[in-house]
Ligand binder design. Structure first.
Ligand SMILES: NC(=O)c1ccc[n+]([C@@H]2O[C@H](COP(=O)([O-])OP(=O)(O)OC[C@H]3O[C@@H](n4cnc5c(N)ncnc54)[C@H](OP(=O)(O)O)[C@@H]3O)[C@@H](O)[C@H]2O)c1
Length: 294
């Protein structure tokens, strides 16, 4: 029996991953036989604060896991801008602590990162070899987290995802559904392009990679790209909401953190290794709308 620690286990991704490993299945199919003999240790803030270096070291040393999947993060992009100390503690020092602890027991480490490590100036989807140039505190803190994981552990996977939504927690899909119902009219930015990603699809690919030795950086996002406006239109359609959605520009909605205009990712390294089974984003959203009550 091997152990897998999932940190941030109560977040959007952590919830899906824990559920998937425990049940051995998901919307995308059965997990590999490897997961029959796995014990999941689900840890969130109350159990383990990833910012506490000593606690992390002891927790991992006691458990002696096969792998740690770090789903914990400070994901409030604008909040990171106004509280950069907290952002760097959670998004950079947290993964650093886990990397040091994993190295001590020879465990694999899966670190989840973001499309916001890129500046968004490219005109075609970013691949794993493209240079990073974060434009926000969130992006910079996640980027430093990536560097620390690479520097302080050997058996690492860094998975960059984007525009994530899961059944648990808050996300863009739930916001649009609620606001659409309440107001009947929405203005959504049409000049930021990315890849909506269902947390189930990401958890599935974590499970595919985790049991291999194919270490490295992976882009892991839903297939196809769109603007937040396109995404909102598809949400309103799928949830049968009677609301008018109008496009607007980023300039009309100034926010504390600057976002990349174009942060679409290509899952190139996945294609070359375990395979890219991310669903087209519209299909993954449809499935989500059929499985959730909002
Ligand atoms: N959401 C997105 O659109 C998006 C896009 C790109 C990349 N990502 C990345 O994907 C990963 C998963 O994101 P998500 O949306 O699932 O995040 P999430 O829903 O915000 O969950 C993060 C979890 O981590 C917990 N946490 C916060 N600080 C912690 C600490 N110091 N120690 C232990 N746990 C802590 C949070 O607890 P509290 O809720 O109590 O704070 C929460 O349960 C993150 O690495 C994120 O950066 C997300």
């Amino acid at each position: 029996m091997c152990k897998i620690i999932v940190t941030g286990a109560k977040g959007q991704l952590g919830t899906e991953l824990v559920k998937m490993i425990k049940s051995g299945q998901s919307e995308l199919g059965q997990l590999n036989d490897f997961y029959r003999d796995v014990q999941v240790i689900a840890a969130d803030l109350g159990d383990l604060d990833i910012c506490d270096a000593q606690s992390v070291y002891e927790f991992v040393e006691d458990a002696r896991p096969y792998a740690v999947v770090n789903c914990a993060a400070m994901t409030d992009v604008d909040g990171c801008e106004t509280n950069s100390a907290q952002a760097f503690k959670i998004n950079a020092l947290g993964p650093r602590n886990l990397a040091v602890a994993c190295e001590n027991v020879g465990a694999k480490l899966v670190q989840i990162s973001t499309d916001y490590v890129f500046d968004g100036c490219k005109k075609s989807p970013y691949v794993e070899t493209d240079s990073v140039a974060p434009r926000s505190v969130y992006g910079a803190s996640k980027n430093l987290g990536e560097q620390y994981v690479k520097n302080f552990s050997n058996k690492w996977f860094i998975l960059r995802t984007a525009w994530l939504y899961g059944y648990e927690g808050n996300n863009f899909v739930k916001t649009i559904v609620k606001a659409g119902r309440e107001k009947g009219f929405l203005k959504v930015v049409n000049d930021q392009i990315g890849n909506p990603t269902n947390a189930v699809d990401l958890a599935w690919h974590i499970c595919k990679l985790l049991k291999t030795n194919e270490y490295g950086i992976y882009h892991c996002t839903g297939k196809g790209e769109c603007s937040w406006f396109d995404f909102a239109c598809e949400i309103v359609k799928n949830f049968g909401i009677d609301a008018v959605v109008r496009p607007c520009s980023t300039d009309e909605f100034p926010r504390p953190a600057s976002r990349p205009q174009y942060s679409s990712l290509k899952n190139f390294m996945l294609e070359l290794t375990v395979g890219d089974q991310f669903r087209p984003w519209q299909e993954a959203l449809k499935s989500y709308s059929e499985n959730i009550q909002i």
